[in-house]
Ligand binder design. Sequence first.
Ligand code: RP5
Ligand code: MG
Ligand code: MG
Length: 252
Amino acid sequence: AFIHKKCRNTDIPYLHSNVHRFVVPEDKIKWSTEYPEYNPPDYTASSAIGKPYSDDKLEGIKWNNIDGKVNRISHIVNYSFDSKGRPLNPMGRTGLQGRGILGRWGPNHAADPLVTRCKNGRVQFVAIQRHDTGEWAIPGGMVDAGEEISATLKREFSEEALGGKDLRQLDALWKNKKELYRGYVDDPRNTDNAWMETVCVNFHDETGLLNDVELEAADDAKAVKWVDITTTEPLYASHVQFINILRQHLKI
Ligand code: RP5
Ligand code: MG
Ligand code: MG
């Protein structure tokens, strides 16, 4: 599947900045294709420096490894490096160097809980509206240093869709899981040197546990709602692809 488009968007400036990406035509995406004119701006936002989760220097990082508590292994490839020793986006050029607003050089790992139920004969999922771009999305967020992905999935769902509540009555939900996707995300924040990867896991509510739970947007989310999985509405990053993988499994 072709998933390297939103991170090449030149219609709008890079998120929270006035920096524009260098144009990368489709036939110039691959690093192996010569593109002598390629001269992307080098941008790392000041908001992405000096944070507990930010890589403020390149020295000493154990690339392609578990580096202390930080997983620097890509789900898809052993990544290589540019002339400054910075990881190269395995999907190719994005028109921007640096980290942008991402914290880590190389892969920035996330986890996305795709929570579904059947209602009136239709399969629905919990969608949140993101504060940053205003787009609707599957809930999800960064895997904290040392955190198990299974914990990130629950934590992010609770933070973004349950108003931070950790509901014991949902324990059964977390057991009914199916991994749908593990890999690169076509995220608008990606750069030539830093990119999003995720694990998207479907949790299906077989017994109506969520029918009595009030969804409440919080944290990264400004709104939350149930959406039919046959929706044709656009979603953030590659999230439509994750919905499509689920639809293929369910044959709907
Ligand atoms: C996307 O960004 C992932 O699929 C995940 O949904 C999200 C994680 O970033 P934050 O929501 O923490 O900004 O690439
Ligand atoms: Mg979050
Ligand atoms: Mg989030």
